[in-house]
Ligand binder design. Structure first.
Ligand SMILES: [Zn+2]
Length: 119
């Protein structure tokens, strides 16, 4: 899941990939990609366990929880895309997440953000 998440960032960072999104958009895409990987790779029983909400990374304030719900809503639908409402909702969860809030990530933060505290 984490490898797919980071590979999504790498794809977005590729100069030939047309992306003029923000940091929050990049995170949203990476979380959905990781969640889709889990949705397609784990068994039905594991998916049921993931859906019970008791795991830390599935708490509602965690971006993965929102990405997981989105992934399940588009899984197995050919040509599916994430709705604007879901995209905005996931971006809001990313921005509000303590992981990103501590770096002052907001809706307009560019993808290339690299605060000194990350070095
Ligand atoms: Zn990320």
């Amino acid at each position: 899941m984490n490898v797919v998440h980071e590979c999504t960032h790498a794809l977005i960072a590729n100069r030939r990939f047309r992306w003029d999104g923000t940091y929050a958009n990049s995170e949203a895409a990476a979380y959905v990609a990781g969640a889709l990987y889990v949705a397609y790779s784990v068994s039905a029983l594991a998916r049921e366990m993931l859906s019970d909400g008791s795991l830390d990374f599935l708490r509602t304030q965690e971006p993965f929880a929102t990405a997981w719900r989105i992934a399940l809503s588009i899984k197995d639908i050919k040509g599916a895309s994430v709705s604007a409402a879901d995209t905005i909702g996931l971006r809001a969860v990313v921005v509000a997440s303590p992981t990103y809030a501590k770096y002052k990530v907001n809706f307009g933060t560019p993808v290339g953000l690299r605060p000194k505290s990350w070095d």
